[in-house]
Design a protein around this ligand. Structure first.
Ligand SMILES: Nc1ncnc2c1ncn2[C@@H]1O[C@H](COP(=O)(O)OP(=O)(O)OP(=O)(O)O)[C@@H](O)[C@H]1O
Ligand SMILES: [Mg+2]
Length: 503
């Protein structure tokens, strides 16, 4: 490239107590490029971004924007010099309206005070550019995570940025929404914006990026044109050793297809007016039932109904053949069910508590307050899962909020596995988890399954649903349109099934 980079970071170091997050890291961004920052969970991607955006102050190193030395010491400062960021965890204010979230901190003023009309109008325009048409006066929390993510992106776009940073913006979006976002990014790129993009989806890396920077253990591994770095090379550079190509192709389903037992749980005509149409499901111990469908097809709604969070107003549930009423999560837990929800920030992680406390939380709740687990036992459980799931931390006593995003997700999984459930509902369990850890986690889940766990598995990645599930219930428009054996299906056939039901 003959053009000068717009942004250069060099020799960046950052340590936290007990952890070296960045060691001599570097990054270059050119105008008009999409640049992917890749690395395993805990590699230092988010920390590098935070150093650039004034959230964390680096211990050493130099950053230049258009050749000029910069030292942003707060988010506002970075924003002012033209660096705009969408963070990994949506950090907007759920109680404020959509419009307020887009304009927070920079409300347009009129003589009489804040110009609410302008805020509404411009928020609508900003979202319309992303093809989102919603009532911007409603609280942000009333919309699904995917929409909240798009609001965060709209906010970043509506500030005048030269550099746009997206830290895992797509982990909660479905394929259409990702395509829409990518179209927007391509337009911004044409206008000369430099875009830095973090994702764990390799397909997306190659669909959108021009160049790739790889970090490993906080260190710079290399910078490559995307067209010259094969997927396998990329994975090898992220992991730091040769990975056998074969394991990426293996089918990991538990494979106990010949079920002659009774299902663990059976629903007949289970429905909730306005949220999910009556659905029949059989979920067996030792099997993974996948829910296939697009965002909004009713996957999470089905899970919530089964776990007693949302109340069904028609149909029945049987567990081990006996009629039961699951009208609260605590009842579901008493029947041996566990639910690892999709939105770890609002429904799962308690950032101030330690990793140990977060892991034993569900187990302790199940035992009740009077059967308190002694600390030694808690530690043993936490350490076991930290080791089994490869959670990257020096110590189980660290606040969980200090873990990298993917490692927090692993801790959530540990919390539910620790309760030793009969059935586990996994809603997007590998969201934000790097490709190597993803395979490990799915292996672990399958191993539990082979020991007799029943699993309901939800993922936006159809390839993952196909790999993991034994059977797939296909949903569309909040109803089940069919069920297939995953051995007889591929991505195309599932999508054809979904599309076919459209007419
Ligand atoms: N505030 C903090 N206090 C202590 N340790 C931290 C803090 N922030 C990050 N770390 C540690 O620094 C390392 C790098 O974390 P970072 O969040 O940058 O990883 P990442 O590459 O973004 O991973 P992921 O893919 O999981 O999001 C991790 O070991 C993490 O636990
Ligand atoms: Mg991160």
């Amino acid at each position: 490239m003959t053009v000068e980079p717009i942004l250069v970071m060099q020799g960046i170091n950052k340590s936290f107590p007990g952890v070296t997050a960045l060691k001599n890291a570097q990054l270059r961004l050119f105008p008009g490029e999409v640049h992917a920052l890749m690395g395993q969970n805990g590699a230092g991607k988010s920390t590098l971004i935070k150093a650039l955006t004034g959230v964390e102050i680096p211990d050493a190193g130099e950053m230049r924007l258009n050749g000029k030395l910069i030292q942003p010491d707060c988010v506002g400062a970075a924003q002012e010099i033209g660096i705009s960021t969408v963070y990994q965890e949506i950090n907007l204010c759920p109680n404020l309206s959509v419009a307020e979230n887009i304009f927070i901190g920079r409300f347009p003023m009129r003589r009489m005070g804040i110009d609410w009309k302008a805020i509404e109008r411009e928020s609508k325009t900003a979202l319309a550019a992303l093809n989102i048409h919603i009532d911007v006066t409603l609280p942000l929390a009333s919309f699904p995570v995917a929409i909240q993510q798009m609001v965060a992106i709209a906010r970043a776009l509506s500030t005048e940025a030269q550099v746009l940073i997206l830290d895992e913006p797509t982990s909660s979006l479905d394929e259409d929404e990702v395509e829409r976002l990518f179209q927007t990014l391509r337009q911004l790129k044409q206008k000369g914006m430099a875009i830095l993009f973090v994702t764990h989806f390799l397909d997306q890396t190659y669909a959108i990026s021009d160049r790739i920077t790889v970090l490993r253990n906080g260190e710079f591994v290399g910078e490559y044109p995307a067209s010259e770095l094969s997927r396998l090379d990329l994975i090898n550079k992220m992991v730091g050793h040769e990975i056998d190509e074969a394991i990426y192709a293996t089918d990991t389903s538990a494979g106990s297809a010949n079920i002659d037992r009774e299902p663990f749980i059976t629903t007949s005509g289970l429905g909730s007016t306005g949220s999910m149409r009556p659905i029949d499901l059989d979920i067996y111990q030792g099997q993974v039932l996948g829910l296939g469908g697009l965002l909004g097809s009713g996957r999470t709604e089905t899970a919530r109904m089964l776990f007693g969070i949302d109340h069904a107003d028609s149909g029945t549930i049987r567990i081990d053949g006996k009629l039961v009423k699951l009208n609260s999560p605590s009842k579901a837990v008493r029947h041996g069910m566990a639910f690892c929800p999709e939105d770890r920030k609002t429904e799962g992680i308690i950032a101030e508590l330690s990793i140990r406390e977060n892991i034993i939380l569900a187990l302790q709740a199940r035992r009740g307050v009077f059967r308190f687990l002694p600390k030694r036992a808690q530690r043993a459980i936490a350490d076991e899962y930290i080791q089994q799931l490869g959670i990257r931390t020096p110590d189980a006593e660290k606040p969980i909020g200090q873990l990298s995003g993917g490692n927090q997700q692993k801790a959530m999984l540990a919390r539910w596995l620790a309760t030793d459930p009969k059935m586990l509902i996994l809603d997007e369990p590998t969201r934000g988890i790097d490709i190597a850890a993803k395979l490990e986690i799915m292996e672990l889940v399958k191993a539990q399954c082979r020991k007799g766990l029943a699993i309901l598995f939800i993922s936006s990645e159809m390839s993952e649903v196909l790999r993991v599930s034994d059977r797939i219930a296909v949903l569309r428009d909040r109803q089940k349109i069919g069920e297939i054996d995953s051995n007889d299906a591929d991505e195309q056939s599932v999508f054809r099934m979904i599309a076919g039901a459209e007419s």
